[in-house]
Design a protein around this ligand. Structure first.
Ligand code: UD2
Length: 309
């Protein structure tokens, strides 16, 4: 049994992690400022966790939250590429200042390890596929810069202060509990929500844009492996957390439409600013070194996700 602190615990990935850790008998503490997180995601486990509504930039509060903790799973962030393009300062403050505040608190509380929700957006318009961790990052959006900056902070806190940190570059995670009601929500959640509301979703671009869509259970298993992998293998390192397979937006649209019996053709609009055309992970480092074995859950995962909304 270990003590875990989850930042962004009321969010999609944070709340899924909390459920799994409790099932495994761990102690779970978490905080969330509820700007994009939703307490409904924690409704059934609220009495079993130590939850606080708090911002990542709260210096005193975050220090107190790190006391006595073994591992931090740092999911709290203002996610979304377009949100960061629209308002780069607010997402900078949350994503970078918030992470730095957490790292200082974790260092001082002598937390064993922090596992960071990094992003595949770091690769940007790097043309080679699949993306491999040693490639030069070429971030396109403010969000990508922020996520990459925090990887560097995590690595520097290991080198400068010995705080163990692992960066998991998530590739388009999807699944139940993902917020669907904002223009900044992930594409699978938005398409599902709109079709269910009887609206026709818009595909930005020609529909051939592709992503390595990774079901949330795979991200959860990566976090658990990264928490306890031997230090010499994991700390100060970056790992791609994808599936090694990609799907186009046309395929995503068609699959969700089929599950919902939605018959209308998509609308097509201009490509989104800051977007990447293709994204596919080389997962061999995580597979070999962390023992990460993602299940191919695109179709089954979409079915479960659609059923959840
Ligand atoms: C980025 C990161 C991902 C994660 C995420 C967090 C990449 C490759 N991936 O996801 O790892 O950090 O940010 O937010 O950078 N789209 C439509 N219609 C819609 C909504 C979206 O066509 O109504 C398109 C969008 O233009 C993009 C694709 O769907 O081409 C995926 O968009 P997204 O916002 O779900 O995720 P993305 O790839 O920006």
């Amino acid at each position: 049994m270990a003590r875990y602190l989850i930042t962004g615990i009321a969010g999609f990935i944070g709340s899924t992690l909390a459920h799994t850790l409790l099932e495994q008998g761990h102690e779970v503490r978490g905080f969330d400022n509820l700007s994009t997180g939703n307490l409904e995601n924690l409704a059934d486990i609220r009495s079993s966790i130590d939850f606080q509504q708090m911002d990542l930039q709260d210096t005193t509060g975050v220090r107190a939250a790190c006391e006595g903790v073994d591992y931090i799973l740092h999911q709290g962030a203002l996610a979304s590429v377009p949100r960061s393009v629209k308002d780069p300062l607010t997402s900078h403050e949350s994503n970078i200042n918030g992470t730095l505040n957490l790292l200082i608190a974790a260092r001082d509380a002598r937390v064993k390890r922090i596992v960071y929700a990094a992003s595949s957006s770091a690769y940007g318009d790097q043309p080679t596929q699949p993306k491999q961790e040693d490639m030069l990052p070429r971030p396109l959006s403010p969000y990508a810069v922020q996520k990459l900056t925090c990887e560097y902070y995590i690595q520097s806190f290991y080198r400068a202060y010995g705080l163990e940190g692992v960066c998991l570059r998530y590739f388009n995670i999807f699944g139940p509990r993902q917020a669907a009601d904002s223009p900044y929500s992930g594409v699978i959640a938005q398409f599902t929500f709109r079709m269910m509301a009887g609206e026709t979703p818009t595909i930005f671009g020609d529909g051939l844009t592709s992503r390595d869509f990774n079901y949330v259970d795979n991200a959860v298993s990566a976090n658990l492996l990264a928490s306890t992998a031997p230090s010499e293998v994991a700390t100060g390192r970056v790992f791609n957390i994808g599936t090694g397979h990609s799907h186009t937006l046309n395929e995503v649209y068609a699959t969700i439409a089929e599950h919902l019996g939605f018959t209308r053709k998509p609308n097509y609009g201009p490509e989104r600013e800051g977007d990447i055309k293709h994204s596919l992970a080389d997962i061999s480092r995580a597979t070999k070194e962390l023992g990460y074995q993602p299940k191919a859950l695109f179709h089954e995962g979409l079915k479960k996700t659609v059923a959840w909304y």
